[in-house]
Design a protein around this ligand. Structure first.
Ligand code: NDP
Length: 291
C-alpha cells in the first residue's frame, strides 16, 4: 500500500507556482490576486479561508479577505461581488460555502464573472468542463486529478465508483474521471443516497472516490484488493483530548481499508491540500490570461 500524499504533491505544485510568480515579477507583469469572501464565523469555513490566504502568501500571490457578518443582506454581498468582478487587479473570486440560509448559493455563484470563477462552480465553467473545453475546474476534483497525475496512478480503462453527486465534488469528479484524458478514461459509476447496491458496486471498483460526508462509511468489506481509494470527506468530530476540541475524520475507515489498497489518501493530508493547490493553479491561470 502506498500513500497518495497530498501535502507532498501540493507542495510540488506550490513550489512551481512560486517560481512562475517570481518570473512574472522579473518581467514586470501582474502578480495573481485572489479575493476571498467569508460570510459569518463558521469554524470550518474560517479554517479553510485562512489556509487559502496562507497558500497565497506562500506562492507570492496577492490576497484580499472580505468578511461580512452572517446577517448581511444578499444584495450587499452581490454588490461586493460586482465590485470585485469590475476590479482589473482581481484575478480570482471565491465565496466560501456554505452561506447563511437567507442567501441563495446559486445566485451568488451565478453573480461571479466566469473568468474570475477560480472555484469553477459557475454554470459556464461547468458547461465548458462537460464539453472538454478549457475552463476553471472545481478545485477539489481538479486537485484529485492533479494528485493522481503526480503519483502516476493508472486510471485508463479502470472502473471508478464515485460516492456522492454534489455539484462541487462528486458530479464534476465523475465527469473528469470519464473524460478522454490522462488521468481519466475511466468507466464511472456515480452513487448517492438512493443507490441500492452500494457495497456490491464499491467491490467492483478499481478506484473509489468517497465524497459523502459520513465518517468512516467505506469499510474494508466494501473494497477489493488493490483498489485506489480517494477519501474526500472531512468531518469534525468532538475530541476533548485535543487543543482544538475536535479531530478530522474522512469517509473511509483508514486503518482497515488501507492494507487492501494499492494507493490511499490520508485524512488530513490527502485531498485537502490538493484542493488548495488546485485553487492556486486556477488563480494563476486566470492571471496569465490577462498578462
Ligand atoms: P454534500 O452533502 O453536498 O453531498 C453528499 C453526497 O453524498 C450527496 O450526493 C448524497 O446523496 C451522498 N450521500 C449521502 N449519504 C449517502 C449514503 N449513505 N450513501 C451514498 N451516498 C450518500 O457534500 P459535499 O460533496 O459538499 O462534501 C462531501 C464531503 O467532502 C464532506 O465531508 C465535505 O466536508 C468534504 N469536502 C472536502 C473537501 C476537501 O477539500 N477535502 C472539499 C469539499 C468537500 P444525495 O444527493 O442523494 O443526497
Amino acid at each position: 500500500m502506498e500513500i497518495l500524499d497530498g501535502k507532498k504533491a501540493a507542495q510540488a505544485i506550490k513550489d512551481e507556482l512560486k517560481m512562475e510568480v517570481a518570473q512574472l515579477s522579473v518581467e514586470g507583469k501582474k502578480i495573481p490576486h485572489l479575493a476571498a469572501i467569508l460570510v459569518g464565523t463558521n469554524g470550518a469555513s474560517e479554517t479553510y479561508v485562512a489556509a487559502k490566504v496562507k497558500a497565497c502568501d506562500e506562492v507570492g500571490f496577492k490576497s484580499t479577505l472580505v468578511r461580512f457578518d452572517a446577517d448581511i443582506p444578499a444584495v450587499k454581498l452581490m454588490e461586493k461581488i460586482q465590485e470585485l468582478n469590475n476590479d482589473p487587479d482581481v484575478d480570482g473570486i471565491l465565496v466560501q460555502l456554505p452561506l447563511p440560509k437567507h442567501i441563495r448559493e446559486s445566485d451568488v455563484i451565478d453573480a461571479i464573472d466566469p473568468d474570475k470563477d477560480v472555484d469553477g462552480f459557475h454554470p459556464v465553467n461547468i458547461g465548458k468542463m462537460l464539453q472538454g473545453l478549457p475552463s476553471f475546474v472545481p478545485a477539489t476534483p481538479h486537485g484529485i486529478m492533479l494528485l493522481l497525475e503526480h503519483f502516476k496512478v493508472e486510471t485508463k480503462g479502470k472502473h471508478a465508483v464515485v460516492v456522492g453527486r454534489s455539484n462541487i465534488v462528486g458530479r464534476p469528479m465523475s465527469i473528469l474521471l470519464s473524460s478522454n484524458s490522462n488521468p481519466g478514461n475511466c468507466t464511472v459509476t456515480i452513487c448517492h443516497s438512493h443507490t441500492q447496491n452500494l457495497k456490491e458496486l464499491c467491490l467492483q471498483a478499481d478506484i473509489i472516490v468517497a465524497a459523502l460526508g459520513k465518517p468512516e462509511f467505506v469499510t474494508a468489506d466494501m473494497v477489493k484488493e488493490g483498489a485506489v481509494v480517494v477519501d474526500v470527506g472531512i468531518t469534525r468530530l468532538e475530541d476533548n483530548t485535543r487543543k482544538s476540541g475536535f479531530k478530522l475524520k474522512g469517509d473511509v475507515q483508514f486503518d482497515t481499508v488501507a492494507p487492501k489498497c494499492s494507493w490511499i489518501t490520508p485524512v488530513p493530508g490527502g485531498v485537502g491540500p490538493m484542493t488548495i493547490a488546485a485553487l492556486m493553479k486556477n488563480t494563476f491561470v486566470s492571471c496569465k490570461m490577462k498578462n
